[in-house]
Design a protein around this ligand. Structure first.
Ligand SMILES: [Zn+2]
Length: 403
């Protein structure tokens, strides 16, 4: 018997909306609030899966757009799904591909049916619909799938934002209805055949390609849009909640708006979302942002910052950002962050890391990525512990005060 994804809240902060929870996915539990490292093309850049496990990552994000184009979701399906293909036994959240498609300047075009776009790899023409986004994510074997939404640039006119909110609402409904056909037909990780498409109540059960111990079915999350316009955020939230999803994401933030607006819109929107479902703030942010947005009721985060910055030679530390290449570190024998307990900080000096970056040695990016992900994952572990022990506000004040 398949069960739906389960989210338990096990602790709350008395003075904010911060909460600690446990999200049960098909591939193990995810302790929230959680940070999800971004594994764009079936790899979190510059770090191996065994290292991610050692760092304590319980869930990673994979990008549907990239895997659809290369190697192709059918190849991944034939390899037994993304978990088996990349040898990652823990949870995976997949995005819908919409964000990437729409951020390809001049390469994407949005219509009622979906979005047509050209591959950034070879210029070939493709079309992504809300239904296909579900098909692809299901073929990948995702544990948490996202609905296709329309993301607009910042700043955008009220009219543009409103049109995107309405389209996102209609696409959310189509995604949910399409996913319901999979559930009603009992089909997992396989394509819906003509029969299932035509007869949604068929009882054909071909069984999952990757069995999982808990027989949990993948979750489908809806996304609230509306830019920095509170009225539109409310309208979008009401529509998405009416369709009904396993979890809710806030999209369209961290796209260039002032930080005060990011916080304000997160605060406003999170309060509109069902209290018993996980809330995911997409694409945010710095360690300080994570603490502030947890306080506003967010449970899940993803961001390229720790990995991308690491490859550019910037480390996140308890003392703020550190630019590894700075001449000041040429003979500095201290670790990236003396307060950090990660394996990189226990072993390597700033002087050595600086040398690696200047010599364009790959190890520099690898070690800094490992440290930055540890720093992010550890920050979330500390936040969670602080919520559970009643010390969240004290932790928050300490982060706010800065080094
Ligand atoms: Zn470290």
């Amino acid at each position: 018997m398949h069960q739906e994804i389960k989210f338990e809240i096990i602790g709350r902060d008395a003075d904010s909306r911060a909460r600690a929870g446990v999200l049960h996915t098909a591939r193990g539990v995810v302790e929230t609030p959680v940070f999800m490292p971004v594994g764009t093309a079936g790899t979190v850049k510059a770090i191996s899966q065994e290292q991610l496990e050692r760092l304590g990552a319980q869930i990673i994000l994979a990008n549907t757009y990239h895997l659809y184009l290369r190697p192709g979701h059918e190849v991944v399906r034939q390899m037994g799904g993304l978990h088996r293909f990349m040898s990652w036994p823990r949870a995976v959240l997949t995005d819908s591909g919409g964000y990437q498609v729409m951020s390809l300047k001049g390469l994407g075009r949005v219509t009622e049916d979906g979005v047509s776009f050209r591959s950034h790899l070879d210029g070939s023409a493709h079309f992504l619909s809300p239904e296909l986004a579900v098909d692809i994510q299901n073929a990948l074997g995702s544990d948490i799938m996202m609905t296709l939404d329309e993301c607009v640039e910042y700043p955008a006119s009220h009219e543009t934002l409103h049109r995107a909110v309405k389209l996102t609402g209609r696409w959310a409904r189509r995604s949910k209805e399409h996913w319901a056909r999979y559930q009603e037909s009992g089909i997992r990780n396989q394509e819906l055949g003509e029969e299932e498409r035509a007869a949604p109540h068929s009882t054909v059960d071909s069984g999952p390609l990757i069995p999982n111990s808990q027989s949990l079915i993948p979750a489908l999350f809806g996304i609230v849009q509306g830019g920095t316009d509170k009225g539109l955020r409310r309208e979008s939230a009401e529509e998405i909640i009416e369709v009904g999803f396993d979890g809710y994401a806030i999209g369209g933030l961290s796209v260039g708006e002032p930080k005060s607006e990011t916080y304000e819109v997160t605060d406003y929107t999170a309060a509109l979302l069902p209290a018993d479902r996980p809330r995911y703030l997409m694409g945010v942010g710095t360690p300080e942002d994570l603490v502030e947005c947890v306080a506003r009721g967010i449970d899940m985060f993803d961001c390229v910052m720790p990995t991308r910055n690491a490859r550019n030679g910037t480390a996140f530390t308890s003392q703020g950002k550190l630019v590894v290449k700075n001449a000041a570190y040429a003979k500095d024998e201290s670790p990236l962050d003396p307060a950090c307990e990660c394996s990189v900080c226990r072993r390597y000096t700033r002087a050595y890391l600086r040398h690696l970056f200047l010599a364009h040695e790959m190890l520099g990016a690898m070690l800094t990525t490992s440290h930055n992900l540890y720093f992010y994952l550890d920050t979330l572990r500390k936040i969670r512990q602080a919520i559970l022990s009643g010390g969240f506000q004290e932790y928050r004040s300490r982060i706010r005060a800065g080094p």
